[in-house]
Write a protein that binds this ligand. Structure first.
Ligand code: TMP
Ligand code: ASP
Length: 237
């Protein structure tokens, strides 16, 4: 599979067309780190390769558990072959423990275990700062066609959580919250797309409470790469 044309460069990945194949794309994971809608920028050599390996392992686990994904296979240290799909412009955030923007927005005490798994939708629009939206906003903006589509996305978010939460618990990590994105393939199937990595999740060490994700970069805690390496080591152990 040979890269052809650069179709899109996002904050964490570059998307390439594939020579002679219009059903697949190549996703190249970058070493760049951004936070707060790219107001804060950094770079960590090797981060892209770590996220590729972490996300590949997680998507494989989800596939084994019946979640359809866009991943075909990892083809190099920093690249994945993926099915082409049309990305639904929603960040689906799934939360088990209050922190981050949830605590800030609603005043819920940091680290409160939520009484149920919370699923939120954010509209993927950098110019607007990815605002939190409700179901009617999503329909009004034509992001989805019906309440049923939103129910499906919520259900998928919860299903992914029900696979990943016990998996990470068995690796000594609390899955605090995570963000997922979905795409629609040419046959109309909803596929898990993008990535699941320490860039898009919060992981706290079960014993020490130490943050093992991009909050280390957001909050200038240092040892970003060391934490990502440790997450990969535990996933593969
Ligand atoms: P938040 O508490 O900042 O809303 O973040 C919730 C989760 O979503 C957290 O695991 C980090 C992830 N996330 C992203 O992957 N991309 C983003 O742009 C934001 C804001 C959060
Ligand atoms: N990914 C977002 C950005 O680059 C925000 C974040 O993850 O904190 O700005």
């Amino acid at each position: 599979m040979e890269k052809s044309e650069l179709l899109y460069e996002g904050k964490g990945k570059k998307m390439w067309s594939v020579k002679g194949n219009d059903e697949l794309l190549i996703a190249e994971f970058k070493d760049d780190l951004t936070a707060f809608n790219a107001e804060k920028k950094g770079n960590e050599e090797g981060k892209g390769a770590l996220n590729n390996q972490i996300s590949t392992a997680i998507f494989k686990l989800l596939k084994e558990n019946g979640i359809e994904t866009a991943l075909v296979e990892s083809i190099s240290p920093t690249e994945q072959l993926v099915k082409k799909c049309s990305i639904i412009p929603l960040e689906v955030v799934v939360r088990n423990i209050a922190t981050g923007s949830l605590s800030k927005r609603l005043g819920i005490k940091e680290a409160t275990v939520l009484p149920f798994t919370l699923v939120e939708f954010y509209y993927k629009d950098d110019a607007l700062g990815d605002p939190l939206i409700n179901d009617e906003h999503a329909i009004l903006l034509d992001i989805v066609q019906s309440e049923q589509d939103l129910a499906t996305l919520r259900h998928l978010g919860r299903q992914i959580n029900s696979v990943l939460q016990p998996f990470f618990a068995s690796k000594g990590l609390k899955l605090v919250d995570f963000k997922v994105e979905f795409g629609i393939d040419k046959d109309g199937n909803i596929l898990l797309a993008d990535e699941i990595s320490p860039d898009s999740c919060r992981f706290w060490d079960v014993d020490t409470g130490e943050k093992m994700d991009k909050d280390r970069f957001r909050q200038d805690l240092g040892s970003v790469k060391v934490a990502y390496e440790e997450v990969l080591r535990r996933i593969l152990s």
